[in-house]
Design a protein around this ligand. Structure first.
Ligand SMILES: Cc1cc2nc3c(=O)[nH]c(=O)nc-3n(C[C@H](O)[C@H](O)[C@H](O)COP(=O)(O)O)c2cc1C
Length: 194
């Protein structure tokens, strides 16, 4: 599939079938991701891959406890956005998805956050290319992960990428038109007329 088609058709999915994904595909996806550029080429990322059902269950319990508290205080716009997409404090995908990739960032590297997220973009497209659905889940508190995974100092959990086969129809939240977001020479002067 051409890159434009992968970019256009990749969707976030929040319910997964439990079918496993192949190790070969998982390796391919991580290999693509690890070629991403990073600040001073520090490659400030590490991955903890979890497939074990008991561990996933525990991770879900921890995250749901955190989210239940978080959702009591979210602003109205976010509550509406979440409701429309079936997002709530419940995180069944953490148990359903056959693979959880916990992405850690090294907080002492230059531009570590930008680098980690750029790499995640590669990862998501590679997963889409292999025909998998993904969810980029960012727990509202990630501190638990350091003790849980025995993580060294200065590394922190950025996100949990859920990968598997979709068990729901994706809904397209839409994108702004290029004419709305690209300017020429000065802010507000449209580069593309339509
Ligand atoms: C940095 C980042 C954090 C996200 N965190 C969450 C999350 O915690 N829970 C969730 O359900 N979706 C999360 N998403 C998915 C977005 O909601 C989704 O990408 C967006 O609505 C666009 O939908 P699409 O991915 O289907 O194009 C996150 C996406 C990004 C890029």
């Amino acid at each position: 599939m051409a890159l434009i088609d992968l970019a256009r058709e990749r969707r976030s999915i929040r319910r997964f079938r439990r079918d496993p994904i192949s190790d070969e595909d998982l390796r391919y996806i991580l290999e693509v991701a690890h070629y991403a550029p990073s600040g001073a080429n520090r490659q400030p990322w590490r991955f903890v891959i979890v497939k074990d059902p008991n561990l996933k269950k525990r991770i879900r319990e921890i995250c749901e406890e955190i989210e239940r508290e978080f959702y009591k205080h979210v602003p109205e716009w976010f509550r509406n956005f979440a409701r429309e997409r079936g997002i709530s404090w419940r995180k069944p995908h953490l148990e359903e998805a056959p693979v959880l990739i916990h992405v850690f960032g090294y907080r002492r590297s230059p531009h570590w956050k930008e680098s980690v997220w750029l790499m995640i973009g590669y990862l998501l497209l590679a997963a889409a290319e292999k025909g998998y659905a993904t969810l980029t889940y960012t727990p509202s508190d990630t501190r638990w992960a350091n003790e849980f995974f025995n993580v060294p100092e200065n590394w922190g959990l950025e996100t949990i990428i859920n990968i598997g086969y979709p068990a729901q129809e994706p809904s397209y939240p839409g994108r702004l038109e290029l004419s709305e977001i690209c300017y020429e020479n000065s802010w507000g002067i449209k580069y593309f007329k339509e």
